[in-house]
Design a protein around this ligand. Structure first.
Ligand code: SAH
Length: 240
């Protein structure tokens, strides 16, 4: 059977237009976020001693690049904090992983986060517990983070604008509390809102350069014990 030469020419053109080189070109330019995230977990987090496999998996699964402003997306998997606007930052990935591990998350837990910021820490811990309550003092960040979490399908985080120095009494008590801003002292209301057996992870220090990450543990009898983990640097926790 003889083919019409015009048909052959059109078929050849179509092949050219849909050819692999052509369609792959724009993709080759885009960063491979999945690969960058794997490298982040191995070189920044596991290598520094985070061993909880559930925490490592959560860090692998949550797309950090969705939580940073567009101009910082390419840096989303680098080893440091990044600006998120209004003088606030998304924490260094290692610190997020460390705090998540230290709070000892269990599937049935209800956890309070103070300082929602971008919503990233909330999204990470949300993969490991049943319910997260996150409170943010800057209403615009609270709203953006809530919308972002919803868009990403994270449906076990409740975000509220308010002063987390006072905790969230209507949702207390909590199995765990993560404070992701630097306090000058441990807020007494937060200790009150911790369940017996619960833990709070909080950076405490007088100046932003001298904060220490603390684990505050309440035993079954309600007795509180504190231990220091590492020096850290967080934006300040506002008292009001
Ligand atoms: N956890 C965030 C990073 C937090 S940056 C993330 O994963 O992106 C610290 C945040 O704490 C800032 O957004 C700041 O506005 C907020 N903050 C400071 N003082 C606060 C307070 N008293 N109550 C609630 N949020 C507070």
């Amino acid at each position: 059977m003889k083919r019409n030469p015009r048909f052959l020419a059109i078929a050849a053109l179509m092949l050219l237009a849909c050819g692999p080189e052509d369609s792959a070109a724009p993709l080759a330019q885009a960063p491979n976020f999945d690969q960058l995230r794997k490298t982040m977990v191995e070189t920044q987090i596991r290598s520094r001693g985070v061993r909880n496999e559930n925490v490592l998996r959560a860090m692998l699964e949550v797309p950090r690049h969705e939580f940073v402003p567009p101009e910082y997306r390419a840096q989303a998997y680098e080893d440091g904090p990044l600006p998120i606007g209004l003088d606030q930052t998304i924490s260094q990935p290692y610190i997020v992983a460390l705090m998540t591990e230290l709070v000892a998350p269990m599937p049935g837990h209800r956890v309070l986060e103070v300082g929602t910021g971008s919503g990233y820490q909330a999204a990470v811990i949300a993969r490991l517990v049943s319910q997260v309550y996150s409170i943010e003092i800057i209403p615009q960040h609270a709203q953006t983070a809530a919308e972002r979490l919803k868009k990403l399908g994270v449906n076990n985080v409740e975000v509220r604008a308010g002063n987390g120095y006072l905790g969230w009494p209507e949702r207390a008590p909590f199995d765990g509390i993560l404070v992701t801003a630097g306090a000058t002292e441990v807020p007494p209301r937060l200790v009150e809102q911790l369940k017996p057996g619960g833990r709070m992870i909080i950076p405490v220090g007088t100046a932003s350069s001298e904060q220490v990450l603390k684990v505050i543990q309440k035993d079954a009898a309600g007795k509180v014990e504190t231990r220091d983990v590492i020096p850290v640097r967080f934006v300040p926790l506002r008292r009001q």
